[in-house]
Design a protein. Sequence first.
Length: 192
Amino acid sequence: MSLLTVLLLGVVVFPSASFGQTLTDDARQALTEVQRTLDATWRLCANAAGQKFLVTKVVMPEVKPNPFAPVLTPPDAPKQGDTPGYYQLGLYANNLPKITHGPMALTDADRRNGIEVGYSAALSIPAWRTFDVRSGRWSAWQTGQAREKGRVKFADFTVSRRNGRWAVEDHRYYVHTSGQLAVPSCQEIPAG
């Protein structure tokens, strides 16, 4: 069984410039859409030291019966809706998603499909750790591979305006974020 998790991130608030970038109105709107995507599964919380984090949890999905094979579930397995583990991601003080590409060059097909402008955005983190509910302990902090020490790629977002409406077309999380994400309460995040 894979460890399911909750991810803790630092505050994501978009200023007029992200990491020294001068942002156009379209780029600002693209980052606003990234924020909406994060808000759909993350909640802003603070730890005892006052450090702010965004938190999400992975919950056990509903297992639908299979008429051709019984579902074999160990007696101590987490049940639907349970949270069997957590992730915590550390962030820099001003850790914000930033525009990495854009406005992107559009193809004839893009234009015919109503795409007016597009951007890519990314978010990197310095470290993460996991919490195993069964053992009741956090793991040691991890900093990724040698080439990414202090700048672990956490997420990429592709954002576009299609027929006048902005939307995140695609997003990928790179740090162990498989599973069904749900917005947690701040009180349920384990201390430590």
